[in-house]
Write a protein that binds this ligand. Structure first.
Ligand code: CA
Length: 223
């Protein structure tokens, strides 16, 4: 899933980002309500938002309300510090879909996110497409201009990560987080090597879609 975590507790943000990335989710993070709103309303196609109630600039309730008012239908999982009926009602009232009381077990968060992801089938197809490239997440097949291409697991994951955010620059670290299990000691050069392999397998036209952004990372061109 493509997730946004809006939470001002830096330690918790780091932890969630690490664990969720390890579970192959693409994770955006914001530490303030304002930053969160900006990311949530940009055209990222988020699958769910994890939203803390207590934020430094605005409450999570206000963020949820603002998002719904703007027409956003992205499922929201609210994080609250207290298990009070008031908070629960306020959260659901503001447009949240579910809530979780801190401290929570990570497995519980995952289960809730999965449930939210299943709710409205925002994206029925499991296939991601950009230009010549088509990737099916359920069958793990990749087609370039309609022809199957055989990719290794890492190459597939890197391509999947890029395809989930077409047009956006992804850093080598973001790709590492996504495509490799946490704790594996790697250097960003490894990503470079895999991008090289990936381009070779994709063939000329599709390879050109994988652009190097000097000093930053990589971006997938949509056409
Ligand atoms: Ca907080």
């Amino acid at each position: 899933m493509h997730l946004l975590v809006i939470e001002d507790d830096a330690r918790l943000v780091r932890l969630l980002k690490r664990l969720l990335s390890q579970d192959r989710h693409v994770v955006e993070t914001a530490m303030t309500a304002e930053e969160g709103l900006e990311i949530a309303t940009s055209d990222l196609g988020l699958d769910a938002i994890v939203l803390d109630v207590g934020l430094p600039d605005k409450s999570g309730f206000e963020v949820a309300r603002a998002l719904r008012k703007k027409g956003s239908q992205t499922p929201i999982l609210m994080l609250t510090a207290r298990d009070s009926v008031n908070d629960r009602v306020a959260g659901l009232d503001a447009g949240a879909d579910d809530y979780l009381v801190k401290p929570f077990a990570y497995e519980e968060l995952l289960a809730r996110l999965r449930a939210l992801g299943r709710r409205p089938p925002t994206r029925k197809s499991t296939s991601l497409r950009a230009g010549h490239i088509e990737l099916d997440e359920s069958t793990r097949r990749v087609l370039v201009a309609g022809k199957p291409v055989d990719l290794s697991q890492r190459e597939f994951s890197i391509l999947e990560c890029l395809l989930r955010r077409p047009g956006q620059v992804l850093s080598r670290d973001q790709l590492l987080d996504y495509a490799w299990p946490y704790g594996v000691a790697l250097t960003p050069n490894t990503v470079e090597a895999y991008i090289h392999l990936l381009r070779e397998k994709l063939g000329n036209d599709a390879a050109n879609q994988v652009e190097t952004v000097r000093g930053v990372g990589y971006r997938l061109r949509e056409g």
